[in-house]
Write a new protein. Structure first.
Length: 534
């Protein structure tokens, strides 16, 4: 292999604080190097330095050599010419990386025309070829579609198409599979490996998921507090982990929360023959509006104190069903009751019932108003109560909620930006708990967290389940997490529940072909000391 990217003694500081500390990395042509570590370890800063995207306030020293050319010596104009043509980057969240008011075809075409003198018609033809290569052929996914008309996995494919349209020498992928379901994740991994091999690119894969990198990386570099603490070929690293931090990451990836026994009780949530429809655009102004049935005659029951998982690939109807349970999306037919009371009455959400259900979202920062202090953020559900606490009672309730999730009462006077990602998710859970709801919905609540923080949040959920008899619906694409934190699993496909049962039974002896497909697609960690499958 020939060295493509060489990073020598790279240091990055902000206001005198060093966040990357003299690291050395090498990526060869046709090689996949995984850079792994927890949030804040410096992984993304290293990628941004390579792309020339660091803030102007950053102080940078060392060398970043691409085929012998030091990228740190280039002007902004030279870097603009390099980005997209010689270095491509895939960002973690495709919806923020794409322009919502431009079609996907226009965005891929723009990338091509920005760096070539290709005529518009030829550039559009080239964009169609690239989109086809990443699994979005224009005959099935028209280039006239906008990002919001695609699923998460499809949007990520558009971002990949933009990054590889001009066959860059180096591709940087920053957590490209974190928010994807297991089948889409497997497809994206296969796509990246195919692009790397066929175009002889170097791939820098930034991720905290050791199960993913065990399947695709030739070498792994482990980063902690701005330093590379261990680097080795993938098989060697998993066979003999040298650094304690590497072992800690591995153990956190395998972490299993300890759930208590479910107290015997009757059903809490009942969903009976529920269907949900979405309106589609009219084919022409005078045509009858078509409808798409996203949820098809679904029935399920969750008992009081039970912990239930809901899994399925993107677009299967999980989110639509969840919104119906929360009273946020109308049902076309069927009935949803919580503790015997209807969530919908006469087609409208029943507020008396809906206030007994709370939700914890995937992105804790995006679900909070950054202008408000934690005390106000946590107390938001009080407006659902007919007689909300005030004065000392309100302060006590906020302090109790913060303490329950492992934070300090004094944190109530801080702003949300002062907390880490894991702490923000704890605050989101505190907000959901503060009015003692009957049911909490966790919607991909740990998918954006690194493995060590994720283990802490799962332990917190298990502790709250023991202390409060918590009943929850846990929605996730990460099957290893679902296995560790649920008693029962529902598998959803194309708007229908195709299989349900006890968690161990579903994972150890799935009966439906789709469930078997999901489990087979999920990446698995090898045992320490065991050879990796070729």
């Amino acid at each position: 292999m020939t060295a493509l990217l060489q990073i020598h003694d790279l240091s990055i500081s902000f206001s005198g604080k060093e966040v990357v500390k003299g690291i050395d990395l090498t990526i060869n042509k046709g090689e996949v190097l995984a850079l792994t570590g927890e949030s804040g370890s410096g992984k993304s800063m290293t990628a941004f330095a390579t792309m020339g995207l660091l803030p102007q306030t950053a102080q940078v020293s060392g060398q970043i050599l691409l085929d012998g050319q030091n990228l740190l010596d280039l002007s902004e104009a030279q870097l603009c010419d390099l980005r997209g043509r010689d270095i491509g980057m895939i960002f973690q969240e495709p919806m923020t990386a794409l322009n919502p008011v431009q079609t996907i075809g226009a965005q891929v075409t723009e990338t091509i025309r920005q760096h070539t003198a290709m005529p518009p018609a030829r550039a559009k033809e080239r964009a169609a070829q690239v989109l086809t290569r990443v699994g979005l052929p224009p005959d099935r996914y028209p280039m006239s579609r906008y990002p919001h008309e695609l699923s998460g996995g499809q949007r990520q494919r558009v971002v990949i198409a933009m990054a590889v349209a001009l066959k860059p020498r180096l591709l940087i992928a920053d957590e490209p599979t974190t928010a994807l379901d297991v089948t889409t994740q497997a497809q994206i991994i296969d796509l990246l490996l195919d692009l790397t091999a066929s175009d002889n690119m170097g791939l820098l894969m930034i991720t905290h998921d050791l199960a993913v990198v065990s399947q695709m990386a030739h070498r792994i570099a482990v980063m902690q507090h701005g330093e590379i603490v261990e680097t080795a070929p993938t098989a060697q690293l998993f066979a003999q982990m040298q650094h304690p931090y590497t072992r800690a990451l591995f153990n956190a990836s395998r972490h299993q929360a300890q759930l208590s026994e479910i107290p015997g009780s009757g059903p809490l949530l009942k969903v009976t023959n529920v269907s949900c429809d979405y309106p589609l655009p009219r084919p022409h102004p005078f045509a009858k509006r078509p409808w798409f049935r996203a949820v098809k005659n679904v029935s399920l029951t969750i008992a009081r104190g039970e912990r239930v998982g809901l899994v399925g690939e993107s677009g299967c109807g999980k989110s639509t069903l969840t919104r119906a349970i929360l009273g946020l999306a109308p049902t076309a037919s069927g009935r949803i009751t919580l503790d015997g009371a209807d969530v919908f009455t006469q087609g409208h959400a029943n507020l008396d019932t809906r206030r007994k259900i709370q939700v914890v979202f995937q992105d804790p920062y995006g679900s909070f108003n950054p202008r408000h202090k934690v005390a106000r953020l946590i107390a938001e559900p009080f407006h659902l109560l007919s007689d909300p606490p005030t004065g000392a009672a309100r302060t006590t309730a906020i302090a109790e909620a913060l303490t329950a999730v492992g934070l300090q009462p004094s944190d109530a006077d801080k702003y949300i930006h002062a907390f880490s990602g894991g702490q923000r998710q704890r605050i989101a859970i505190a907000r959901a708990l503060i009015i003692r709801p009957e049911l909490i919905v966790f919607d991909e609540a740990v998918s954006a967290l690194d493995v060590q923080i994720r283990a802490q949040i799962l332990d917190l959920m298990a502790q709250l389940s023991r202390d409060y008899g918590l009943t929850y619906l846990f929605i996730s694409h990460d099957l290893s997490v679902v296995r560790s934190i649920t008693d029962r699993v529902l598998v959803m496909r194309a708007g229908e529940i195709v299989e349900q049962g006890q968690t161990a039974q579903i994972f150890d002896a799935p009966s439906h072909p789709y469930t078997r497909e999901l489990i087979a697609a999920a990446p698995r960690l090898p045992d320490i000391g065991a050879p990796l499958a070729s």
